[in-house]
Write a protein that binds this ligand. Structure first.
Ligand code: SF4
Ligand code: SF4
Length: 256
C-alpha cells in the first residue's frame, strides 16, 4: 500500500517534471525580451500604451540629475529621506565585499571612498518604481487608493489614501514614502502628468547620457522594445514575481 502510494506520487512527480520541462523548453524558444514581457503579464487591452522602463547601467555616470529633477518636478520634500527616484553607487572590492552608497539619493553626485587599488568594479544603479504588473502595493491597499492606470502605471489617489503605510511595507523595492505634510503615500508616477501630454518623465528629460528610457511595450518596434531586443536585460528580484516592468541592461548579480 505504502509502496504503491510512493510509486503513484513518484509517477505524478515525473509527469509534472515532463510537463515543466516542456514548458521550459517552450519558453526557451522565446527571445529573452519576450520572456521578460511575458513574465510581466501581457495586458488585456492592447489598444492603450502599456508602459515600461529601460535603464542602461553602462551609460549611467552617477551625476544625479535624474533624482534632482524628479524632486523638483514632483514637489518631493527636499530632506534626504524622501525620494521618488534615486541613484546607488555599487563598489565591489577585490576581497569580494560590496559597498552600496546613496548619499542624498545621489542628487549631489558621488565621491569614491574606496582606494583605487582595492576596487574590482564600480557602477551606478538608478532606481525608481518598477511599475509592477502584479504590484504588491496595489494588492494590499485596504481602501483601493493605490491602483493601476490603463497604461500600467501604479498610482495613488490622495483623496482616498488613509496613510496606513501597508503599501510601503509591501513594496519590495522601497519605492514609497509617507509624505510628511500630506500624510498620504507618495511614489514615482513615471511623471504621469507629463507622459499623458507626450512629454518625457523629468528624470529622462534631464539624463545627459540617455541612460533611462521609457516606452510602450505594446509597440514591438518602439524604443523600449528595441532596447530589450538589443540587450540581455534583467529585472530586480525576479523571484518575487512582481511582474516588474523596469528592465536593466548590465545588471550585476550584486544589485538588490
Ligand atoms: S515598485 Fe513598489 S510601488 Fe512600484 S508598483 Fe512595484 S510594489 Fe508598487
Ligand atoms: S541623470 Fe542619467 S547619468 Fe545621471 S545619474 Fe541619472 S541615470 Fe545616471
Amino acid at each position: 500500500m505504502g509502496a504503491k502510494r510512493i510509486n503513484k506520487s513518484r509517477r505524478r512527480f515525473l509527469k509534472k517534471s515532463v510537463v515543466a520541462g516542456g514548458t521550459i523548453l517552450a519558453t526557451s524558444g522565446l527571445k529573452p525580451f519576450s520572456v521578460l514581457i511575458f513574465a510581466a503579464k501581457e495586458p488585456e487591452d492592447t489598444l492603450n500604451p502599456w508602459y515600461g522602463i529601460g535603464i542602461d547601467i553602462e551609460k549611467c555616470i552617477g551625476c544625479g540629475m535624474c533624482a534632482k529633477s524628479c524632486k523638483l518636478e514632483n514637489d518631493v520634500p527636499q530632506e534626504p529621506f524622501y525620494f521618488r527616484s534615486w541613484v546607488e553607487q555599487y563598489t565591489i572590492k577585490n576581497d569580494g565585499t560590496i559597498k552600496v552608497e546613496s548619499p542624498n539619493g545621489g542628487i549631489d553626485g558621488f565621491s569614491q571612498s574606496v582606494p583605487d587599488n582595492e576596487i574590482f568594479k564600480t557602477f551606478f544603479v538608478p532606481k525608481m518604481c518598477n511599475q509592477c504588473a502584479k504590484s504588491p502595493c496595489t494588492q494590499v491597499c485596504p481602501v483601493g487608493a493605490t491602483y493601476e492606470s490603463p497604461e500600467g502605471i501604479a498610482l495613488v489617489d490622495e483623496e482616498y489614501c488613509i496613510g496606513c503605510r501597508y503599501c510601503i511595507q509591501a513594496c519590495p523595492y522601497g519605492c514609497r514614502y509617507l509624505h510628511p505634510e500630506k500624510k498620504t503615500v507618495d511614489k514615482c508616477t513615471l511623471c504621469y502628468h507629463r507622459i499623458t501630454k507626450g512629454l518625457k518623465p523629468a528624470c529622462m528629460e534631464t539624463c545627459p547620457t540617455g541612460a533611462r528610457i521609457y516606452g510602450d511595450l505594446n509597440d514591438k518596434d518602439g524604443e523600449l522594445s528595441l532596447f530589450l531586443k538589443k540587450h540581455n536585460c534583467q529585472i530586480l528580484k525576479p523571484h518575487l514575481n512582481t511582474g516588474s516592468k523596469l528592465y536593466y541592461n548590465e545588471l550585476s548579480a550584486e544589485v538588490r
